[in-house]
Design a protein around this ligand. Structure first.
Ligand code: MSP
Length: 525
């Protein structure tokens, strides 16, 4: 048995319907998982839901439901959403599952036994209406709190705290010694700047059950539930533990109810994919929790930026939103996946515009890749009855360059770069059609051999492209294979070597990969 490449998304709060930001993170993580599998790694991809805590409890109350009934119903929507996005996740975690509650409880007991927690009193201003402590940041310029908070009273609360100060220096050393730990670079610098210029405050890991019931009880004090972030971060080891991962201690595997027969080696995670807003939780609290429990740290945090729409922050109340389900219904899941990966490099913030989406759909998908495949196969059918001619290698060097570049991009998490490099081959092949003018060659019987050569080069480029783009647009890639008459799936990078298209074989029927959008029936919104 060997360790699998283990990649995760953040787990989403189940207090509403999924939006573009959630969809983006899931798609890029799926692309990473698929690319790794294609390159030979046995990748394990985890996504799921963060169901405890005040946000969910309040959202449920507003709908007059129990938190459990509320999250059960929404969890079904989110699972359906994962399949609409064509995700290939190997497991789906809900933090209300027994296997997760068991691991959180066991981790708390372990840290408690190791002496990492202490109790202390917290004195602060508590808003009963917002069910939260307010800080000075919440005060208006005149020092008062906004009336929306209702009555704000000074409250003293006893809680459990996690001692963090002792962990500050080793964490700085770890991040400095492992430049690959946080990607991209500027996010790493942000964390280092924060750690070097601030003293870490101890983390409050409990909430009194008197004011929050929707959480996992502290195993050593039933008067409290666990702080939702401590609960949520633990999900990343719950699943390895539940699958019997020998890298985790027996207490974790037992708590997750691992059966003992199936053992999957996953921990440490190879990449946690998260948004920039939750970097501190993943780069500071999570490594400290692990180290304190004697567990290995994850290998990498891959930190993506935030999407806006038309230059504005997305928000339901202002109506500035992108509904991924609607886009998928109108344009197809591959068009959605392509746009989000191609438009936004992994790291900076991005901006969705409907015009930009349409422009890429038309120029790059329909007229770029779609047209290349369609006319290559169309000409083969017309001039050679759909039979693949003998091999020729005029585009072999261009293809080899693209293959090497795309592989490096996928390995280095440059997903946008992978598409740019794949499209260099699309452009090269489309230009080749213009340069070689096969429709003119077809008119001259003396040019029959030359026409064979041109057609082979075009079809072989299409075959290779199917493999290069499969992690991002798997359904389209599969259609290309089908139209070329190739059995199996374009899911093995090793097959992207020039000359594997078998001569003498019959191809299938060409059909538009990306129909012109005015021909797609638009759903009524
Ligand atoms: N539940 C926590 C995460 C716990 S992980 C142990 C949480 N949930 S969330 O639903 O608010 O966000 C989930 C992910 O979606 C985060 O990584 C967040 O950055 C991402 N996004 C939410 N809105 C986004 C955009 N507008 N754009 C891109 N990603 C965004 O935080």
């Amino acid at each position: 048995m060997s360790k699998r490449f283990y990649v995760t998304t953040a787990i989403d709060y189940v207090n509403g319907q999924p939006h573009l930001g959630h969809a983006y993170e899931k798609v890029i993580t799926d692309v990473i998982a698929r690319a790794r599998r294609s390159m030979g790694d046995d990748a394990f991809f985890l996504t799921g839901l963060d169901e405890h805590g005040q946000k969910v409890q309040q959202a449920a109350q507003q709908e007059g439901k129990t938190a459990q009934a509320y999250s059960d119903a929404l969890a079904e929507d989110w699972k359906r959403f994962a399949s609409k996005l064509d995700l290939t996740n190997n497991d789906f975690i809900r933090t209300t599952e027994p296997r997760h509650k068991g691991v959180v409880s066991a981790l708390l007991s372990e840290l408690h036994a190791r002496g990492h927690f202490y109790t202390a009193e917290y004195v602060g201003f508590y808003s009963t209406r917002a069910e939260t402590f307010l800080t000075d940041k919440d005060r208006r310029p005149d020092g008062s709190f906004d009336p929306e908070y209702g009555d704000v009273a000074q409250l003293t609360e006893q809680n459990y705290y996690f001692r963090l100060k002792d962990h500050q220096q080793w964490l700085i050393d770890h991040i400095e010694a492992n430049p690959d730990f946080i990607y991209p670079d500027y996010r790493r610098n942000e964390v280092l700047g924060f750690l070097k210029n601030n003293t870490l405050e101890d983390l409050c890991i409990s909430r009194p059950s008197a004011r929050l019931t929707w959480g996992i009880p502290l195993p050593f004090d039933p008067g409290y539930v666990t702080y939702v972030w401590f609960d949520a971060l633990t999900n990343y080891i719950t699943i390895p533990a539940a699958h019997g991962d020998p890298a985790l201690p027996p207490w974790a595997r037992k708590a997750a109810g691992a059966s003992g027969n199936e053992a999957v080696e996953l921990w440490p995670a190879d990449a946690h994919v998260v948004g920039k807003d939750i970097l501190k939780f993943h780069a500071v609290y999570w490594p400290i929790m692990l180290k304190a429990a004697g567990l290995p740290l994850p290998r990498k945090l891959v930190v993506h930026g935030w999407w806006m729409k038309d230059g504005q922050k997305m928000s339901k109340s202002t109506g500035v939103i992108v509904d991924p389900v609607q886009v998928i219904q109108d344009w197809g899941v591959d068009a959605f996946r392509y746009y989000v990966v191609r438009e936004l490099d992994l790291g900076p913030d991005g901006n969705w515009t409907d015009a930009g989406f349409e422009a890429r759909y038309n120029a790059e998908l329909a007229n770029g890749l779609g047209n290349l495949v369609n006319r290559s196969l169309g000409m083969l059918n017309k001039y050679r009855k759909g039979i693949v001619p003998p091999p020729h290698d005029e585009l072999a060097a261009d293809a080899a360059r693209a293959i090497a570049a795309v592989r490096e991009d996928y390995e280095a998490y440059r997903l946008q770069g992978a598409l740019i490099d794949a499209w260099s081959l699309v452009s090269r092949a489309n230009l080749y059609v213009q340069q070689t003018a096969p429709f003119t060659l077809a008119k001259d019987p003396a040019q029959a051999e030359r026409l064979d050569q041109v057609l082979y080069n075009l079809l072989e480029a299409c075959r290779i492209l199917a493999i290069l783009v499969w992690p991002v647009i798997p359904q389209t890639a599969q259609k290309i294979y089908g139209q070329l008459g190739i059995p199996g799936a374009p899911d093995r990078f090793a097959d992207a070597a020039w000359g594997r298209l078998v001569p003498g074989r019959a191809t299938g029927e060409p059909a538009a990969l990306f129909p012109r959008h005015d021909l797609v029936p638009r759903s009524k919104s």
